[in-house]
Design a protein around this ligand. Structure first.
Ligand code: PMP
Length: 394
């Protein structure tokens, strides 16, 4: 590491704030610091207008109406609000259908609803991480309050067939909640054509600031929800609390940029991923790619290096930021629940890394990172030759 170079390839964990986003946010920290609810004076009205512009931009990204967007603190809160908000108020069936590869902010909410008497049905996924449409159709023969299935998986990148899932939900009279945190801003998305009733998003996955997100709630569904936070009745009564105006502005601009540059960005990221994978395959012939080969988030790869413990690899190559699991489960010592659900053994799951390129990754970055990982894999294999490499489960 004589060059002192560092390469960030963890864009599914978070993204840097785009300089255009930061620039748009700055005045709302210093000059335009009004409370967006204080519409009796100019300061408040300016803040409120900025929030409404941001709301329109977020709505446009997913083909929604501005009144259907609720600002939250991020996708974790959006997922909590969507599912607990419905479960608390709804008098419909106490049954929810989901998949085992959801983010923990869905799975853990559902675990707590299970304790409250909800039936939680987890459909199996195939080796790419997709639920079977036939399984979903069968599950929906029993009346179901809501189906919660993510748009794109944050670890293996696999995209879900949203239109088909949405159609089945609508036909069965069940609501469809979609955690689109990893899809929104990267690929086109229309809530109407996908029959999505509730959709979670987060700004920091699309070059916006951390700590702000949104939940789309279809207008007709809003009255069926109960807020998580009681208070001043902000956000159409669904999320009380003074809005973080600079963050909302940032999310709005991030959505606007994403909408304009999505197609070109996606092409570029796919190309960078292919370059990276080409280098890796040349240096590590037994590498395997987890997840769907094509139907995946542009720029995402999840790689299995047989017999190379990912934590060891990351220690040996500290100048390349990749991930051995999702950042949100980083507190858990268990290997990824997603990799286990697609059929990898405990030991195999410990030998996988997620590599995510993004808007600010260069070609030089991917070549450098691939070279460093090839050296790292050889080193780990050399050090551990003749010994079991995977950590033993105790
Ligand atoms: N869902 C998915 C699919 C995610 O990738 C993440 C972030 N890792 C979240 C939800 C949580 O988002 P936030 O960090 O905004 O709470």
């Amino acid at each position: 590491m004589a060059t002192g170079q560092r390469v960030y390839l963890d864009y599914q964990a978070t993204t840097p704030v785009d300089p255009r986003v930061l620039e748009a946010m700055l005045p709302y920290f210093t000059l335009q610091y009004g409370n967006a609810a204080s519409v009796q004076h100019e300061f408040g009205r300016t803040a409120a207008e900025a929030v409404e512009t941001a709301r329109e931009r977020v709505a446009r990204l997913v083909g929604a109406r501005a009144q259907e967007i609720v600002f939250t603190s991020g996708a974790t809160e959006s997922n909590n609000l969507a599912l607990k908000g419905l479960a608390t108020r709804e008098e419909g069936p106490r049954r929810i259908v989901t998949s085992p590869t959801e983010h923990k902010s869905v799975l853990d909410v559902l675990a707590s609803l299970r304790l409250q008497g909800f039936e939680i049905v987890e459909l199996p996924v195939d080796s790419m991480g997709r639920v079977g449409l036939h399984d979903l159709e069968t599950a929906l023969r029993t009346p179901t309050l809501v189906v919660s299935i993510m748009a794109a998986n944050n670890e293996i990148g696999t995209l879900a067939p949203l239109e088909e899932i949405g159609r089945l939900c609508r036909a069965a009279n069940s609501l469809f909640h979609c955690d689109a945190t990893q899809w929104a801003g990267k690929l086109p998305l229309e809530v109407a054509t996908t029959c999505i009733d509730l959709l979670s998003m987060s700004a920091h996955k699309m070059y916006g600031p951390k700590g702000v997100g949104a939940l789309y709630v279809r207008r007709e569904v809003q009255s069926r929800m109960k807020p998580l936070l009681d208070g001043g009745g902000h956000e159409r009564g669904l999320r009380s609390g003074t809005l973080n105006v600079p963050a909302c502005v940032g999310m709005g601009v991030a959505c606007e940029i994403a909408e304009a540059s999505m197609v070109a960005d996606a092409d570029r990221l796919r190309r960078l991923s292919r370059l990276f994978l080409g280098d890796i395959e040349a240096g590590i012939p037994d590498v395997a790619v987890n997840g769907h080969p094509d139907e995946r988030i542009p720029g995402n790869l999840n790689l299995h290096f047989p017999h190379v413990n990912a934590e060891d690899l990351m220690l040996i190559v500290p100048d390349v930021a990749v991930s051995s699991g999702s950042a949100c489960s980083a507190a858990s010592p268990e290997p990824s629940h997603v990799l286990r659900a697609i059929g990898l053994s405990y030991e195999q799951a410990e030998c996988c890394v997620r590599v995510g390129v993004g808007r600010f990754t260069s070609e030089a970055d991917v070549h450098y990172a691939a070279q460093r990982l090839i050296e790292g894999v050889a080193l780990v294999r050399g050090i551990t030759a003749g010994r079991p490499t995977e950590k033993v489960r105790v």
